[in-house]
Design a protein around this ligand. Structure first.
Ligand code: M6R
Length: 368
């Protein structure tokens, strides 16, 4: 069943171009107009939504963090992201105009399930983003967007994550369409960019050997840090989670702006730091990220810089450059996560760990 791959995880990483294609299928017209027929919440009700709260655990929480940047930018509706277990037990403020978006690959995560039950008791509307047809979370929600990634067997989420992000982007664009906060051609332009993602990911997978070589180089590292900013910040968290669960090494993700508020004290000679550089644009994100990289490098860090191809500025800050396809800043998480998944999978393989079934973990966490 592994189709010649050593692990389900590696197979699932390589299935991502197909998974993203399927996640987009039938959800937009040729002109880019969104059609999310499965969202059984009426357009009138969606226009009344005054707050979005995204909940999930682990990697699903990170796809929510990615979504916040796009959803708020496109819809101008305040959007909060919270761990489902924290949300459930703090008496959150919810009304009938709150849209709770529950993200879960399995659809069976107890923490998320308890949270949506609580939300519905308070009359909030609940929309599930889920990969498993007929599972409990979508059954107990008002609406569902299925991610169509196909069965995910490996404990570490990969194609589940990328398709959760796709579903979040589609939801954000759909809300913008319904509420009139974006023009039709702006929406169509983003849909076009999304349709290019499978090809981009394909190109990255063709260069997997570069990442594997890096994993061989870093196989003795006792700790690894990840730096990101803006939509790249949750990807830093995801890169670190992959190493924790698969390689059992100490790994942390930080927002680059936070460095001087504490984490920079961790930097010592030879510490590998993955740095996710936002695309060059009109904002200051790119320049700010480069200065963060400069700071850690000046303190001896070994920098592995993920930056869009053609970004000639990063060369002088990087010990290794992994180039990413050119995409808009808000969509960069879709392509930035791929090398980090490959790295985690390969490093754990080199360390002799069970990649598909890491110690102490279960694929679906059905107890609180
Ligand atoms: O099935 P879910 O998406 O609800 O699972 C949530 C987390 O348990 C899950 O993402 C976990 O963090 C993965 N092992 C990450 O790779």
């Amino acid at each position: 069943e592994k189709d010649g791959y050593d692990w389900f995880m590696r197979k699932e990483i390589f299935e991502q171009p197909r998974a993203v294609t399927d996640a987009l299928l039938g959800r937009h017209s040729e002109t880019g107009r969104l059609q999310l027929d499965e969202v059984r919440i009426s357009e009138d009700e969606l226009r009344e939504v005054d707050r979005i709260v995204i909940i999930g655990c682990g990697t699903a929480n990170y796809s929510g963090l990615v979504a916040k940047y796009a959803v708020e930018h496109w819809t101008r509706v305040p959007c909060e992201v919270e761990l489902a277990h924290e949300f459930r037990y703090r008496d959150p403020i919810l009304t009938r105009n709150t849209l709770v978006v529950a993200i879960s690959q399995s659809g069976e995560t107890a923490d998320t399930l308890m949270a949506i039950r609580h939300a519905r008791e308070q009359n909030a509307k609940v929309l599930a983003i889920c990969n498993t047809n007929g599972s409990t979370i979508p059954r107990e929600s008002d609406a569902v967007i299925y991610t169509h990634a196909g069965p995910e067997i490996a404990v570490a989420s990969t194609k589940g994550f990328i398709t959760q992000m796709i579903a979040c982007y589609l939801l954000g664009l759909y809300l913008a369409q319904v509420r009139g906060t974006m023009y039709g051609d702006e929406i169509a332009a983003v849909v076009d960019e999304l349709r290019r993602i499978p090809g981009h990911v394909e190109g990255e997978l063709a260069k997997a050997e570069e990442v594997y070589a890096l994993a061989r180089d870093l196989s003795a590292a006792p700790a690894v840090l990840f730096l990101g900013r803006h939509a790249g910040f949750p990807i830093a968290l995801e890169g670190a989670l992959k190493l924790k669960e698969l390689a059992y090494i100490h790994a942390e993700g930080f927002a680059a702006g936070e460095l001087k508020h504490g984490p920079i004290a961790l930097v010592e000679d030879g510490l590998p730091i993955f740095c996710i550089v936002p695309p060059r644009g009109r904002d200051q994100l790119h320049a700010k990220m480069l200065s963060a990289i400069q700071e850690v490098r000046a303190r001896g860090a070994r920098t592995i810089v993920l930056a869009e191809e053609g970004d000639t500025e990063v060369g002088s800050y990087a010990d290794t450059v992994l180039s990413l396809p050119r995409v808009p800043t808000l969509l960069q998480p879709l392509v930035a996560v791929v090398p980090l998944q490959l790295f985690g999978c390969e490093l754990a393989t080199l360390l002799g760990n069970d990649v598909d079934q890491p110690r102490n973990l279960a694929k679906s966490v059905t107890v609180e």
